[in-house]
Design a protein around this ligand. Structure first.
Ligand SMILES: CC(C)(COP(=O)(O)OP(=O)(O)OC[C@H]1O[C@@H](n2cnc3c(N)ncnc32)[C@H](O)[C@@H]1OP(=O)(O)O)[C@@H](O)C(=O)NCCC(=O)NCCS
Length: 278
């Protein structure tokens, strides 16, 4: 890849500073067999609308990052072929840059412990529309779909990237954008419902932090059930993996206090599984 293409690619993927230097280093030599295998796995999935990520085949995080960098232009071309505009396509793939920055905060180094999450984007069916991400997937296997979702066979998984406030206005806008976008680009895959599986939908959170944006976001969804996810709330609030050393974490915001006090009291954070009509 020549210097101009490399600079353009890193900008499109929102990869900055030291991460950009590390990524340039990865692309300076020929891909290893591990990188080539990862690219082959992504080629097979592109356009097939998988709902799960690629399971590990022994690649290192650096190999996955290199594979994503080499494969992102192919996903972009696929998006353009669907009539999706270039800006929306790159905004969707630019989660890579954000994930690299988060990884630095979590581990203090270049890497991507969320490489499995990024394999979803590389199948071409994850889109950043305004404040939210929407994942167009088959609804078979989904719990308690509405009759219209069961009939169409498709639904949208909603994800919330870390990117400033989640005010109701920006959330409304993102859902409005999603309704238009999917009807326009995927008319043969009609969606009438969105699902969200998140620590933010644990009913305990809305009960104890009823005033904020997270609670207002959670109230949009009907939660059918919860499953144990004891470390998720800690990870997304403090960007710490695992539940060690919680006493050293800050309690400055109301969310930080709620997350830690529940654990102090012997409670267990959960994942709420919710859905809403679009
Ligand atoms: C989702 C998110 C944008 C919500 O932020 P928000 O709009 O500020 O949320 P709220 O209005 O509900 O915040 C309520 C309180 O929690 C605090 N808060 C929110 N997110 C916080 C975070 N990640 N870390 C620390 N405190 C946080 C706010 O500062 C506010 O504190 P205050 O009452 O003391 O003033 C934010 O939590 C975030 O970026 N999370 C990471 C991404 C994520 O969790 N995605 C879902 C994955 S399943």
């Amino acid at each position: 890849m020549d210097a101009a293409h490399l600079t353009g690619l890193l900008e499109h993927l929102d990869i900055r500073g030291e991460d950009a230097l590390e990524c340039a280093g990865l692309l300076a030599s020929k891909p290893s067999p591990g990188v080539s295998d990862a690219i082959t796995a992504m080629e097979h999935r592109l356009g097939t609308f998988p709902s799960e990520g690629i399971p590990t085949a022994g690649q290192t995080e650096a190999e996955w990052i290199e594979a994503f960098l080499r494969f992102a232009p192919t996903v972009h071309e696929y998006h353009l072929g669907l009539g999706i505009n270039a800006a929306t396509s790159w905004a969707s793939l630019a989660d890579l840059g954000l994930q690299l920055r988060v990884n630095r905060r979590v581990h203090g180094r270049f890497g991507l412990d969320t490489w499995g999450w990024m394999t979803l984007h590389m199948a071409g069916n994850m889109f950043r529309l305004g404040r939210l991400q929407f994942h167009l997937v088959r609804s078979n296997g989904s719990e308690s779909p509405s009759p219209s979702t069961a009939a169409s066979g498709w639904e949208l998984g909603v994800h919330i990237p870390e990117d400033g406030s989640l005010s109701p206005g920006v959330v409304d806008q993102a859902f409005a954008e999603a309704r238009t976008f999917f009807a326009q680009h995927f008319p043969d895959k009609p969606v009438t419902e969105a699902t969200c599986d998140s620590w933010m939908l644990d009913p305990y959170l809305a009960e104890h932090l009823s005033a904020g944006n997270i609670a207002s976001f959670a109230r949009r969804f009907t939660v059918s059930h919860c499953t144990d996810a004891p470390a998720d709330a800690v990870y997304f609030t403090f960007r710490q993996r695992g539940l060690e050393g919680l006493e050293a974490l800050p309690r400055k915001t109301s969310l930080q206090r709620v997350v830690l006090e529940r654990i102090d009291d012997g409670g267990n954070w959960q994942l709420g599984h919710g859905r809403l009509a679009l």
